[in-house]
Design a protein around this ligand. Structure first.
Ligand code: SIN
Ligand code: FE2
Length: 204
């Protein structure tokens, strides 16, 4: 693992070209057919408005028992599909050149979906960044700091934007206030897909 590549929060607007976005959407749609989206339940018993699935060795899972990573889909019981190569290459370039991601969370937001402010902290080694790719409708994204009450900034994440939570920003609170319906024509029927690449298990 090389720690030098990035630190802090980095936003790369339009990092994926329209053609790359369309290709990635096809790859992700195939994964969602194999591993369907699930409205998982939080430990508090509430179904999430965001539909979720995963690809990679491990998938982020929540139910009444808590948050964790699991090797199998919660309803089909099958192993997760593979992470698209476009994404593992992006990780190699922007996140870590040596250790590959082992989890990619696929979030689908319809026009009403949102995600409350939270930290990503279920991964074994928090020195690895989280790399996020947005497809489809624009999100109003909120980024805070390491403490829950820290001031937050609001920004828009559009289709093709890539961002990185690395170094000191790795544990920054973040969430999605709302989706701007009709802001992109990429996804048939509208909506937003966010892909987050993570290293969930310790590096060997
Ligand atoms: C997440 O924190 O899992 C998703 C962030 C996003 O949708 O941009
Ligand atoms: Fe997150």
């Amino acid at each position: 693992m090389r720690l030098s590549t990035t630190t802090g929060f980095r936003l790369l607007p339009g990092r994926l070209s329209p053609l790359e976005q369309a290709t990635l959407l096809d790859e992700v749609t195939a994964r969602m057919a194999e591993a369907p989206l699930v409205h998982q339940v939080t430990p508090g018993g509430k179904a999430m408005s965001v539909g979720m699935t995963s690809c990679g060795d491990l998938g982020w899972t929540t139910d009444e028992k808590g948050y964790r990573y699991e090797p199998r889909h919660p309803t089909t019981g099958r192993f997760w599909p593979s992470i698209p190569t476009i994404l593992t290459e992006l990780w190699r370039e922007l996140a870590d050149p040596d250790v590959p991601p082992d989890a990619c969370l696929i979030n689908f937001y319809n026009a009403q979906a949102k995600m409350g402010l939270h930290q990503d902290k279920d991964e074994a080694d928090l020195r690895f960044p989280v790399l996020s790719v947005s497809l489809g409708d624009t999100a109003v994204f909120r980024l805070g700091g390491p403490r829950r009450g820290d001031p937050t900034a609001s920004m828009r994440l559009s289709s093709g934007d890539v961002c990185l939570l690395a170094g000191e920003a790795r544990l920054y609170h973040h969430g999605v206030d709302r989706i701007l319906p009709g802001s992109s024509r990429l996804i048939p029927g509208g909506g937003r897909i966010n892909l987050t690449l993570r290293r969930a298990a310790p590096a060997q």
